[in-house]
Design a protein around this ligand. Structure first.
Ligand SMILES: [Zn+2]
Length: 308
């Protein structure tokens, strides 16, 4: 799929486009334009799906096509909110091919204690379980794409996965690797968050989408803020604990790049993938009210409200 991207000064407002309708299209897994309803911003043509298996299967298909010379190599992205199982998709993709190499951002090493072995790698754990699900695979830890030198992958398997890639620096090196992969029949998979909890795109995401010659996938899971919601979840709601009460994080809050729904051991910050309805941010007024002793609770709709 050819990814077309509009430059920021060319964002157009698409009137009458309902986000729920667009997300509804994800069930069909067809290329659609994604619209961010709160800013009415078009950010590219992306394939949207709710199925991790679908994405993992598609990656396997691309790898086989590249290996059999049906298409050239390159790079593709799998993006989504926090806790959508991107690591799980990475793991499932490796199950669909004979061999693979994985890079895991060091920020992820903070979650579960892992030691770097003699092979320079760590166990590849996903957050499918609170203490991490051990895939049995091993991954290179990295902070910057410059650490992911092509020599690591020359002569190796076709599939190369970079997990938590949004936190890595060195976009130029990634761009170089993408071009290298195209030339040398490799398939690089960029796994990462698209938005922070304020629903603001992470720095290089637009450039990444533009660069991905093998396509872009946006994955939405189901919202589980309430048991019966199950709406497509493609935003990340961040909750914080202040004076003993959980509440949505502030619009002006610090962006913590902890990268995990289980990241905070003290449980003062918690991330939930959620739907449009359950996405909440608190403003300065609400923060002040909490600091002045106002109490917050969840109503039966799963929304945080002030208790009178
Ligand atoms: Zn919901």
């Amino acid at each position: 799929m050819e990814s077309k991207i509009l430059t920021p000064d060319k964002y157009e407002i698409e009137k009458g486009v309902d986000l729920d309708y667009v997300i509804g299209e994800c069930y069909k897994n067809i290329p659609v334009k994604i619209y961010r309803d709160n800013s009415l911003m078009t950010y590219g043509e992306v394939e949207v799906t709710q199925s991790q298996w679908q994405v993992a299967g598609k990656i396997g298909e691309i790898v086989r096509d590249v290996e059999s010379g049906k298409r050239e190599g390159g790079i593709l992205s799998v993006l989504g909110a926090m806790g959508l199982g991107k690591g799980n998709i990475g793991w499932m993709a490796t199950e669909n091919v004979k061999e693979s190499e994985i890079g895991i951002h060091r920020i992820d090493l903070l979650r579960f204690l892992r030691e770097v072995g003699k092979d320079g790698k760590v166990p590849y754990l996903t957050q499918a379980k609170p203490n991490g699900f051990d895939t049995g695979l091993r991954a290179y830890p990295y902070n910057d794409f410059r650490e992911m030198r092509e020599e690591l992958f020359v002569g190796g398997p076709t599939l190369i996965i970079f997990d938590e890639a949004v936190f890595a620096t060195g976009f130029d090196a990634l761009s170089y690797l993408g071009a290298w992969a195209k030339k040398h029949d490799k398939v690089i998979v960029y796994l990462g968050l698209n938005y922070n909890y304020q629903t603001v795109l992470f720095g290089d995401i637009l450039k990444v989408i533009e660069m991905c010659n093998l396509g872009n996938f946006l994955v939405a899971s189901q919202c589980r803020v309430t048991e019966d919601c199950l709406e497509p979840a493609w935003q990340t709601r961040r909750l914080e604990k202040t004076k003993g009460f959980w509440h949505p994080s502030l619009v002006s809050g610090e962006i913590v790049v902890a990268g995990s729904v289980h990241a905070d051991e003290k449980k003062t910050v918690h991330y939930q993938a959620c739907c449009k309805k359950h996405y909440q941010l608190f403003g300065e007024e609400q923060a002040e009210a909490i600091n002045n002793g106002a109490r917050v609770k969840r109503d039966e709709q799963g929304m945080y409200i002030f208790v009178k």
